[in-house]
Design a protein around this ligand. Structure first.
Ligand code: ADP
Ligand code: MG
Length: 399
């Protein structure tokens, strides 16, 4: 689960990470009032979406308007808010579709001396939390990693020993910090690490963490993600969820206890078992097309659950074909077939459907599909299924 910048800052602040003072607003008038109540001088109005690159991003149909704007008066803040609210912001991270801005964060501005990069995340290969730091902050870290990897220092934390102070000092040296800032930085690392562990976070990123002209450190941007599997331990975090930022199909699927992830391709997949679902996606790629989703209906799903899964899958407007790949172990093939037929009759199937069934009650399943009168083609194995759906999708495109 991801949260907004203002929420991440609030959490990090409560653990001791210094951040500028700020107020979240929902209207131009509120933005004006926010600037009135913040200390006099520069303020910054920032679009709140679950994506970075806002400062360099622009609004749809307004190429000159950015997602982070510096303002010097309450009225300027009002104008900036008017330009941003309810409009679509396009950044490198949102993709070309962009995201609609529903909230803004109005923040006290600061005098930046240097912009640094500082983050913490789980490195799955190392099976450790790692800290990543770079002097090249403020810009896209992906570019830094590609063009000047030597500017990035990564330090991993031993889970038995925890974060050691010397590691923070090594990072501080790499960042070129001196004097009292070394200790200030060590405190920030310690606070962020405590937040990371206590909240089952999977990522904390401050880009930039700045050295101000006054000689202090401040997290000017903040991003946080949490491990969904740890959320049951942190009910308070669930309240930070923003439905506007989540894929409606993913939300629907979550209500039915289904594992569903929206993807960019056009072939909808319904599979049982995460491993088989991954293999199905791979083999679709192998045939030269892309999956529209990952969907694992699980082992012992009911007919209602499977039928809901199929409906959710079909509701994706980008879909050009559907591949059902079920290995019936605990799951019965006839139950799957029945659920697919139900869902198709309910919503109307407008795209080609290829079904590959194997295992428990496969004959019953196949005969149900045959008798259903649906336009479904049956595949003998996974390779055959992928070839058939790709061929069907392509011939429909050229038809
Ligand atoms: P994004 O990463 O989405 O572009 P940031 O929060 O990093 O958004 O803001 C972009 C840039 O705007 C920062 O690198 C910084 O230079 C400037 N900025 C952001 N917040 C402030 C602030 N409170 N005061 C001064 N400058 C800011
Ligand atoms: Mg940033």
């Amino acid at each position: 689960m991801n949260i907004h910048e203002y929420q991440a800052k609030e959490l990090l602040r409560s653990y001791g990470v210094p951040t500028p003072q700020g107020i979240v607003v929902h209207s131009p008038d509120e933005a004006r009032d926010a600037v009135r109540s913040l200390p006099k001088g520069l303020c910054v109005v920032k679009a709140q979406i679950h994506a970075g690159g806002r400062g360099a991003g622009h609004f749809k149909d307004h190429p000159d308007v950015r997602g982070v704007q510096r303002v010097h008066s309450p009225d300027e803040a009002k104008t900036a808010a008017y330009q941003m609210l309810d409009r679509t912001l396009i950044t490198r991270q949102t993709g070309p579709k962009g995201r609609v801005v529903h909230k803004l964060y109005v923040e006290a501005g600061c005098n930046i001396e240097r912009e640094l990069y500082f983050s913490m995340l789980v490195d799955r290969a190392l099976r450790r939390i790692v800290i990543v730091a770079s002097q090249a902050g403020g810009m896209s870290i992906e570019d830094v990693a590609e063009k000047t990897p030597e500017k990035i220092l990564t330090v991993s934390i031993d889970p038995q020993l925890g974060l050691a102070d010397y590691q923070s000092r090594v990072l501080a040296t790499h960042l070129g910090l001196q004097g009292g800032l070394i200790n200030d930085f060590a405190k920030i690392v310690r606070s962020a690490y405590t937040a990371f562990i206590s909240l089952d976070a999977s990522m904390i990123e401050t880009n930039p963490l700045v050295v101000t002209k006054e000689g202090t450190l401040l997290a000017l941007d903040a991003k946080m993600s949490f491990d969904d599997n740890g959320l049951f331990r942190h009910r308070q975090l669930l309240e930070l969820r923003d439905p506007n930022e989540e894929d409606p199909r993913e939300q629907d699927a979550a209500r039915f206890g289904l594992s569903y992830v929206s993807l960019d391709g056009t072939i909808g997949c319904m599979v049982n078992g995460a491993g088989l679902a991954m293999a199905t996606m791979d083999i679709i790629h192998e045939e030269g097309e892309s999956p529209a989703n990952f969907l694992d209906v699980g082992g012992g799903a009911s007919r209602e659950k499977v039928s809901a899964a199929f409906r959710i899958l079909l509701s994706d407007p980008e879909i050009e074909g559907v591949l059902v790949n079920i290995f019936g172990g605990i799951m019965r093939c006839d139950l799957i077939a029945g659920a697919v037929i139900d869902a198709c009759k309910e919503v109307g199937l407008k795209v080609p459907l290829v079904v590959r069934l194997a295992g428990t009650r496969v004959e019953e399943g196949l005969s149900l599909l045959e008798k259903s009168g649906l336009n479904v083609s049956v595949a003998t194995d996974l390779g055959d299924a992928a070839r058939k759906i790709v061929a069907a999708v392509r011939s429909r495109r050229t038809a």
